[in-house]
Design a protein around this ligand. Structure first.
Ligand code: ADP
Length: 451
């Protein structure tokens, strides 16, 4: 089959969150299955281009029309591991992608409309499926009627609000949501976990699109993780690698990784369990619960590290205040940045990874945690509910309440302190999780075939 992915992110060259991991992991699995795959991405200034091989600039400029003006664009092709990428650069003022970030700009809708227009101009020959990811790719469904399309929702909260006139189509002007317009026109809608598929149809987690989701139906396919990218046995960024199937090795290496990380960060020597948070700091992730979880961890005699970055000044200020209050406490460390390296070191060092999300389409941090021998402690919602079973491979709590989180934390600490052999058993159960992309990629295949 010939499959074309359209997305705003792809690991590791352009990553804000889980979308990047999914596009990379799924596309790579599809290449391995023998499909002809291509991923279109904007050519951001911040792209880690040095990670691409076989880079070639496609000959000459191409043009698409926008508001009766021909707009030139160029395509850079390259391979990322085995995945063929096509990167779109657009000559337009203001320049859509020559910025200091991936998104979060006021003109994001226009930036991604232009991206979609350009890539559609570049498409050639028959395609079995145009696979669109989130609102950034949704304009393709309005602008192209030639190909079969599916749209995967990675987060229904982000919808690309703008005026219809911005699309430069026959759509009547007025406020629209690019995601909604795209969803109306695609052949199938999927999302990244079975529970989230139900939640967006039945509750306000659909952010106003519930009836459209119900009408068209949504299939939930749980994400995998790329087992080569996330492999504690070969991860070059961690100090002590370990085979996930050998308990003694896991324990020894985690001890060494923790010691080294805490030393690097100027923390006290290890005592009690180490609780880690690796997250975008946005309301969805449960800001108050995160803060509460950190404080209760200290109160219970554990240690904590938070690695997170926030696009919101207000949220960042809250975390800055907490950091300042605890500035002399060397049992906790805050690092406000996106850092792939620190993230990996923290997964490899932590005993518990805390994910107290208010909603979570799939969530990858809890799955990566299982892979790196850490126990996820998660709120039971969306993909977190589909991956973590209470007191089997992690700890869960139902309501987004500090009391509920604390009760789970208490259970986790009590097991860690009083029943280390049961804790180890849980860590080893985590290793049995079906991590790979094989199964999910086969499910996407089934959907493409039926289009
Ligand atoms: P979301 O896509 O909503 O951000 P996911 O759990 O699906 O959440 O994916 C988050 C991905 O981003 C994981 O790979 C996680 O390790 C990574 N990540 C999140 N924040 C950071 C950070 N500050 N530094 C490094 N990696 C991060």
């Amino acid at each position: 089959m010939k499959i074309v992915h359209v997305a705003a992110e792809c690991h590791p060259i352009a990553k804000v969150g889980g979308l990047a991991d999914v596009v990379y992991g799924l596309a790579k699995a599809q290449v391995q299955m023998g499909h002809t795959v291509k991923v279109y991405l904007p050519k951001y200034d911040t792209l880690h281009l040095h990670l691409l091989k076989n880079i070639e600039q496609s000959g000459g400029k191409k043009y698409f029309h926008y508001k009766n003006t021909p707009i030139p664009f160029t395509i850079t092709k390259g391979t990322l591991d085995s995945i063929p990428l096509s990167l779109i650069a657009i000559d337009h003022t203001p320049s859509p992608f020559a910025r200091d970030g991936i998104y979060g700009f006021e003109d994001d809708p226009l930036r991604f409309i232009l991206f979609c227009k350009a890539l559609l101009e570049d498409l050639e020959g028959p395609i079995d499926c145009l696979h669109l990811h989130d609102w950034h790719a949704a304009p393709c469904a309005l602008l192209n009627t030639d190909h079969k399309k599916i749209l995967t929702i990675h987060n229904a909260k982000y919808q690309g609000e703008c005026q219809a006139a911005l699309l430069d189509t026959h759509l009547k002007d007025g406020p629209i949501r690019l995601l909604e317009e795209g969803l109306k026109r695609v052949d199938r809608i999927t999302t990244v976990s079975p529970s989230y598929a139900v939640e967006i149809q039945e509750s306000d987690k659909g952010y106003g699109l519930q009836s459209l989701f119900c009408e068209k139906g949504v299939t939930g396919i749980l994400n995998g993780i790329d087992t080569e990218v996330w492999n504690p046995g070969l991860d070059p960024m961690i100090v002590s690698q370990f085979k996930r199937s050998h308990l003694a090795e896991v324990k020894e290496a985690k001890k060494a990784n923790r010691l080294s990380l805490q030393k690097q960060l100027g923390m006290n020597p290890p005592k009690g369990p180490l609780v880690g948070i690796i997250s975008r700091l946005v309301p969805q992730k449960g800001i108050e619960l995160m803060q509460w979880g950190l404080l209760r961890t200290l109160w219970r005699g554990g240690q904590a590290i938070l690695l997170g970055s926030s696009p919101s000044r207000k949220i960042q200020k809250r975390f800055n205040n907490l950091r300042d209050e605890l500035i002399n406490n060397k049992d906790i460390h805050f690092h406000f940045e996106f850092s792939e390296e620190l993230g990996r070191k923290l997964y490899a060092a932590a005993d518990i990874i805390l994910v107290p999300s208010l909603f979570e389409p799939c969530g990858l941090t809890q799955i990566i945690a299982l892979r790196y021998g850490a126990i996820p402690l998660v709120r039971k919602t969306g993909g977190l509910a589909d991956t973590i079973e209470d007191e089997v491979n992690g700890f869960t709590f139902e309501r987004a309440k500090s009391k509920d989180l604390d009760q789970s934390l208490e259970r986790a600490f009590s097991l860690y302190n009083s029943c280390p052999e049961l804790w180890d058993e849980m860590v080893m159960k985590g290793a049995k999780f079906p991590f790979s992309w094989k199964e999910p990629a086969a499910k996407y295949d089934e959907i493409y075939t039926k289009l």
